[in-house]
Design a protein around this ligand. Structure first.
Ligand code: A2R
Length: 307
């Protein structure tokens, strides 16, 4: 099987390259000129805003499956650059769908953010739940998913749509909570900052899955997912941010205090976000296996080596 990963220079890309290599795929991966791919694969430079370049590359490689990871994936940046976010996430995805041969499967990666302001008692959230996105990044992913379903229905394209919930692990940027706490702890251990960790709202509950489980889900959806269907990908068990903090602080080599930073409190925070993951389990047999405590511990070890 030949796989092409579009946008492999980000957090998930390297993990997906390794997952596919370990399962016998011939892996091709695209990256932006400024990015460097260190994993073993065939590398190609590609900007998804250049539609002709996508068609040319797909014609040249003739992949069986395409994983679309390329995105403006920061919610914060989407507030500052809505047009850029819409262009890359929506138009870029259309460019890719336009270039997709009928016999090539596309895995379109969306986000749990698409559900947004959910109804009270909506958890665990099923894929059929109304989408009520709360930021421009989420809107762009809702649009892309809807367009993907249209390309499937109207143009007969083989497209599987994913809504991935929070994922984390070593190498993730510190703008995400697990990486943020672990980096702060590693800095404290090295004496780079006082022994006090600052946090935002600790009571909200989120569904965290290890990135290594996430890429296994993507591979299995490529192999066994039903065309045109949308799948939640997550653990299906939300935990509080406080639990993550206590787990991380429990691994620290020195005692650490905790302080709430008002700048980190969000104006409106949804109390619990937890997906129903029975569809992916039914169709592929996938469920998350790596305990959250291991994700935290590996992420802390990663930051200890970086600092
Ligand atoms: O923004 P950069 O310079 O980090 O590059 C990102 C890249 N990218 C593009 N690739 C091709 N053409 C473009 N016009 C373009 N603009 C941005 O896509 C980055 O290397 C990659 C996405 O990686 P991350 O931002 O690290 O996302 P992550 O965590 O790997 O998530 C993969 C997918 C995304 O669609 C997320 O929205 C979704 O999973 O959750």
């Amino acid at each position: 099987m030949k796989a092409l990963i579009i946008g492999s220079g980000g957090f998930v890309g390297g993990y997906l390259i390794r997952e596919l290599n370990n399962h016998g795929y011939e892996v091709h991966a695209t990256h932006l000129p400024s990015e460097n791919i260190k994993d073993n694969c065939f590398r190609h430079v590609l900007d998804i805003m250049r539609k002709d370049d996508i068609s040319k590359l797909i014609n040249e490689i003739q992949p069986d499956i395409v994983y679309h990871l390329a995105a403006q994936s920061s919610v914060a940046l989407s507030w500052k650059k809505p047009q850029l976010t819409a262009e890359i996430n929506i138009i870029g995805s259309i460019n890719l769908m336009e270039s997709l041969p009928d016999n090539t499967r596309l895995i379109l990666i969306g986000s749990g953010e698409e559900y947004g302001f959910i109804r009270e008692n909506a958890c665990p959230i099923k894929e059929s739940e109304n989408l009520n996105p709360a930021n421009i990044y989420a809107v762009s992913k809702v649009c892309t998913g809807m367009i993907g379903r249209i390309y499937h229905r109207a143009y007969n394209k083989d497209i599987v749509i994913v809504r991935a919930f929070n994922h984390s692990g070593p190498e993730q940027s510190e703008t995400f909570v697990i990486s943020d706490f672990c980096k702060q702890i590693a800095e404290i251990e090295k004496g780079c900052r006082p022994p006090e960790i600052s946090t935002g709202n600790l009571s909200s509950k989120r569904d965290f899955t290890d990135v290594r489980d996430i890429v296994r889900a993507y591979r299995l959806l490529g192999e066994k997912g039903i065309s045109g269907k949308t799948y939640n990908v997550g653990r299906g068990i939300a935990v509080s941010i406080e639990y993550i903090l206590n787990t991380a602080m429990g691994l620290s080599e020195i005692p650490i205090l905790h302080r709430t930073d008002p700048n980190r409190l969000r104006k409106s925070d949804i109390p619990v976000i937890e997906p129903d993951v029975s569809e992916i389990l039914r169709d592929t047999g996938w469920k998350a296996e790596i305990p959250i405590e291991k994700t935290v511990s590996d992420t802390l070890d990663y930051w200890r080596k970086q600092i």
